[in-house]
Design a protein around this ligand. Sequence first.
Ligand SMILES: [Zn+2]
Ligand SMILES: [Zn+2]
Length: 329
Amino acid sequence: MSFKISCQGATSIKTFVDFLWNKLTPAVSNTIRKKMAPQIAGDMRATYPAFSGNRSNLEKHILSSLAQEENFNNYWQYLHNPQSFFKNYIENQIKSYCSDKGSEKMKTFLKMSLDAIKNDILSAIHEATEIAKDKRSTASGWLDLFCDKLRNMEFLKEAMCKALDPEMNRVEQNCLYMPVDEMVPEIQKMLSEHLSGCWKQCPCCRAICTNTIPTHDGDHSVPFHRPQAVSGISWYKTNNFVLDYCTSLVASDCFLVLDNDRHIPYKNYRQAGGDYAKWSITPDTSAQPYWKWFVCHFRSKLEEKYQKRFIGKGKIPDEWEKNHKTECA
Ligand SMILES: [Zn+2]
Ligand SMILES: [Zn+2]
């Protein structure tokens, strides 16, 4: 291999520097991309109240944003596919972070990463130059020869340093315009790790178990159950919705009627087996106003979707109408 270095000094150095930068730039972009996702996830956990606690805390925020939107289809997703609903919610928050208030911060993260890498490269250039000067040798043979013939190491150093800023600007532009969508799943995964929990839903009202361990021992439970109409349950042999909360039914003399017409006293609901046996539902008279508001507000949607009616035993008490969204959400 022969380099016509002696007569083409400047050109060869330029080729060499270009070669090095062509290797370095993608590596720098990659490093920055890898750093960006955890930085965004961390900042969102620190600045978004919805993401700064456990999953129950996130659910509170989700319920309040659902109430603000008043979109029944979104409620339907939440009730019937909670896991994918939560995932979508997190992804949408990430997208809006990246597109508005976060975008300034993303620029700051980018600058910080770039500056750090720039310093690393600069000191590498300086060190390499010093060592090569001292030992008059480098890692590989051709580079050795190249440098030996080059003699003027300072010139290479200068060329590398001079190229640093424009190259880094190129990286910065690349990273600024990199599609955020590519990062969203990664950030979503990071956020979700801190928001894990059991996804079992109450067989009667679809409330999601609040245990933070996905496959926990013991019973599933939730601090607040809901009127069973929310999950479409009706009184035996009628199309009248059940407005009672699970917690009051387990204290009543009502019966749970299974698909095979088996009647089980609600007080002994666990005898129904399956999911019923794995839930702890304790008698309680507290009833969250949120779901009363929900039932009142979406009564016709619920009737239409479940093909059942709020009449007879399912007539909504007048008192429920007094719950205002602002107090509930
Ligand atoms: Zn329930
Ligand atoms: Zn559970």
